[in-house]
Each structure stands twice: as structure tokens, then as C-alpha cells.
Design a protein around this ligand. Structure first.
Ligand code: ATP
Ligand code: MG
Length: 249
């Protein structure tokens, strides 16, 4: 299973955000997209799932050319995609259960009981049982992320996109969320792509790291390879903090 991004371009007005970006993401690895704030990580994910149209280039899901498809044809692939938005993006007016059930209500033919079973299974899976009737405003940041993950996996996605899943969380909770995404990825055999600038995530989980800079794929490699890169921009980004500098030696 793979998603190929082929020579994509995306601009807003006269601001070129992505310029000739090509990258292949494969199942079975933790795929991380990293880069500074405003480098285009979210735009890349949004282009990949069709929330933004690319100006040029192609997105191909397992040999199915998403970019060439019309709205109706894309529907099938969209239903295979789970997305954890930056900031969670839960529906504030819906309780946890209804948030997670949203996709199932839209697209599945399951009975109400089956849908409830699925919701409860997903909530168990993210270690949040018995919060069905709570509203997003009643949840902590970490709980919101878990609900967002539960919602993203409710439809049994083949592809999972997580945009900064652990931003705004304390270091321990961040690790818990990272581990949860990794477990879910392996357990359900999902192709997962994570946007992050969390260096702990990079060091611990980066099996395939794609560094975006100035609209381009500036560097690609694994977490074992980040220490020996001969590139100033990359090193300035990765080893910005004192703690990371110590790792570099
Ligand atoms: N809908 C939009 N209209 C205009 N400009 C946009 C739009 N979406 C994103 N941009 C611009 O694209 C650039 C990349 O934004 P993006 O959100 O992808 O950054 P990012 O790498 O995700 O940053 P962060 O780490 O802060 O989330 C920014 O300059 C942003 O202003
Ligand atoms: Mg972003």
C-alpha cells in the first residue's frame, strides 16, 4: 500500500507554498512530515486528501489517480481516509459519541446498535471509555486528541493523516498519543502520515521522515540518519534546541 505525491505545486495568491513536491509514503512505517511553522505541512496533507486542489501534479492512492477523479469518483477514496486535524476540530455542538459516529451516520449502513458498538470499541481503543455523553468543551486537550483519533479510525480507514496530533500536550501525554497512533497503525494495518515538529516524535518514531523547507522536499531519511546530515537548514531546524544539540555530539 502506498500514496504517491507526484510533482505537486500549490500556491495561494502569489505565495508559492509547495513547489514540485514528490514523495512516496508506504504502509508499515511511521511516516513523518516535518518542517518549520508555515512550511506547508498542513497544506500538503490538505492537498493529499482533496481539501485543497493542487495547481499541478498528482496524488495517487495505490495506483488510483485521485487528482484525475471528479468529486463522485473521489468519494470512495475519501471514505478510506481518516483524518486527525490540527487542533482536533471536533464538532463543539455534538457530544463525544455523536462526534465519533458522524462518519458512520453519513456513510455506513450499520444499524444504530452496530454504530454504538463501533463508537465504544474506538473509545476503548484510545483508552477513553464512558465519556460518550461529554461535550468537547468538557474534555482536556489530551482527551480531545484521543476523541479525534477515535473519530478518525471509526470508519476503519486504510489511510490515516494526523496533523500535529500531540501539539499542546505535556511531554508524557505527547508520548502516549504518539504510541497510540503507532499501535493503531500496526494493529489495523494502516498507512499513517503524521505532521509534526515535535523532536521527540522525530527521534523516537521517524521511520520515514520528510523535511519540507522552502516549498520543497529538502531531506528524506530515517531517525537514525538525522545526526549525520550535511545540510545547514536541516540541522538548524532539527538541532535548534539545546537538548537536541547534545544528541548531535
Ligand atoms: N487557505 C489558505 N489561504 C492562504 N494561504 C494559506 C492557506 N492555507 C495555508 N496558507 C499559507 O500556506 C503556508 C503554509 O501553511 P501551513 O498551514 O501548511 O503550514 P504548516 O507547515 O502546517 O505550519 P504549522 O507548523 O504552523 O502548522 C503559510 O504561509 C500559510 O499562510
Ligand atoms: Mg500545520
Amino acid at each position: 500500500m502506498k500514496i504517491e505525491v507526484k510533482n505537486i505545486y500549490k500556491s495561494f495568491g502569489n505565495k508559492q507554498v509547495l513547489e514540485d513536491v514528490s514523495v512516496t509514503f508506504e504502509k508499515g512505517k511511521m511516516n513523518l512530515v516535518i518542517g518549520g511553522s508555515g512550511s506547508g505541512k498542513t497544506v500538503l496533507i490538505k492537498c493529499m486528501v482533496g481539501l485543497y486542489e493542487v495547481d499541478k501534479g498528482q496524488i495517487v492512492y495505490d495506483d488510483r489517480n485521485f487528482s484525475d477523479m471528479d468529486f463522485k469518483e473521489r468519494k470512495h477514496i475519501r471514505q478510506e481516509i481518516g483524518m486527525v486535524f490540527q487542533g482536533g476540530a471536533l464538532f463543539d455542538s455534538l457530544n463525544v459519541e455523536k462526534n465519533i459516529m458522524f462518519g458512520l451516520n453519513m456513510f455506513s449502513t450499520m444499524s444504530r446498535e452496530e454504530k454504538l458498538d463501533r463508537v465504544n470499541f474506538c473509545l476503548q481503543r484510545v483508552n477513553l471509555p464512558n465519556v460518550n455523553k461529554l461535550f468537547p468543551s468538557e474534555l482536556s486537550g489530551g482527551m480531545k486528541k484521543r476523541v479525534a483519533i477515535a473519530r478518525a479510525i471509526a470508519m476503519k480507514p486504510k489511510y490515516l493523516f494526523c496533523d500535529e496530533p500531540n501539539s499542546g500536550l505535556d511531554p508524557r501525554t505527547s508520548i502516549v498519543i504518539d504510541n497510540l497512533i503507532e499501535e493503531i497503525t500496526k494493529e489495523f494495518d494502516i498507512l499513517t502520515i503524521i505532521n509534526t515538529h515535535d523532536m521527540n516524535t522525530v527521534v523516537e518514531m521517524g521511520e520515514n521522515i520528510v523535511y519540507i523547507h522552502k516549498g520543497k522536499v529538502w531531506w528524506e531519511g530515517t531517525n537514525h540518519e538525522i545526526y549525520d546530515v550535511d545540510n545547514k537548514e536541516f540541522n538548524d531546524f532539527i538541532f535548534a534546541s539545546r537538548i537536541m544539540k547534545k544528541l548531535k555530539k
